[in-house]
Ligand binder design. Structure first.
Ligand SMILES: C[S@@+](CC[C@H](N)C(=O)[O-])C[C@H]1O[C@@H](n2cnc3c(N)ncnc32)[C@H](O)[C@@H]1O
Length: 284
């Protein structure tokens, strides 16, 4: 870690917690270290893994899935959703993006929040973490398993993002300051409905809103929900990418998805509906 990278991580010292003893972490040479002496190397790609020795049994996004997701965002296809998330973050100071993927939502949120805001992008996938480390100069990229507890200090965040990602409500409540907001994006049954079946994608499971209500019940109130719908137009390559960036990326080869995309598009761009709900709830 260069000196400038080291001083960059100073800004994270107030936010990150040692995953072993929960003490504050600060930069020491090319590592982050707590007062007890637990030490975590900052990778040369700019992220730090705070996974502990036990590792994790959970499956995280692969390099191919992350690359596909990056191309979908770079093509602007999810812009209405990114913009809706960013709009909720205009007055944020400290943002945690939990299950943040390649970091595009955190980057947009930090841009909307202004020059003094900082953020942590947290994901189980080191491929996501590598991408997120490059996305924004005020974003810190961390590999961690959100089911094992968030390696974030109590009450330091005013905003937590959970965008198409697994949620840990108790830990989210712990890291949010009272009055802080949890911004949750969930797909509606109509999301990409035109292409789900032909592209071998998973349809939205029933009961998503009941599960979110359950997650919010203990520690959150002032809940508002905003539906975001828009049309996105996919060419053949982006049809492959939008399938490959999700669970189909675990089960289908790129060749299989390319065959499905060619059949579906027959040489023409394919319009599909973006349909999500952005829910914002306040920490009690
Ligand atoms: C559908 S992706 C959404 C990523 C990003 N929020 C977006 O919308 O582009 C879900 C993300 O959650 C991450 N993830 C899955 N299980 C996780 C866990 N236990 N802890 C942290 N991240 C996890 C995956 O690696 C993946 O990047």
């Amino acid at each position: 870690m260069s000196d400038s990278a080291g001083s960059r991580w100073n800004a994270a010292a107030d936010l990150l917690a040692c995953p072993i003893c929960a003490g504050a972490l600060g930069p020491v040479g090319a590592s982050l270290r707590c007062a007890t002496g637990h030490s975590f190397d900052v990778a040369r790609q700019g992220y730090v893994s705070l996974l502990t020795g036990k590792g994790t049994n959970h499956r995280s996004d692969t390099a191919d899935m992350v690359a596909a997701r990056g191309r979908i965002f770079d093509a602007g296809l999810y812009l209405p959703i990114t913009a809706a998330v960013a709009a909720e973050c205009r007055d944020a100071s400290v943002i945690l993006d939990a299950g943040g993927g390649p970091g595009q939502y955190l980057a947009a949120a930090l841009d909307a929040a202004g020059d003094s805001a900082v953020g942590v992008g947290l994901d189980l996938s080191r491929y996501c973490a590598r991408s997120a480390a490059k996305r924004h100069p005020r974003g810190f990229s961390v590999v961690a398993d959100l089911w094992a507890g968030l390696p974030i200090r109590d009450g330091v965040a005013d905003t937590v993002l959970s965008v198409f990602a697994p949620r840990n409500p108790a830990e989210t409540a712990r890291v949010l300051a009272p009055g802080g907001r949890w911004v949750v994006v969930t797909p509606e049954p109509g999301h990409l409905a035109e292409i789900v079946e032909p592209m071998h994608m998973l349809s939205v499971r029933e009961g998503k809103s009941a599960r979110l209500a359950h997650d919010l019940a203990a520690d959150f109130d002032d809940v508002t929900a905003t539906r975001v719908t828009a049309e996105a137009v996919f060419d053949e390559d982006r049809l492959v990418d939008v399938a490959a960036m999700g669970p189909a990326g675990f089960h289908r080869s790129r060749d299989e998805l390319a065959t499905a995309a060619a059949e579906l598009s027959a040489g023409d761009p394919v319009p599909a509906t973006l349909d999500v709900t952005v829910t914002v709830a306040r920490r009690r």
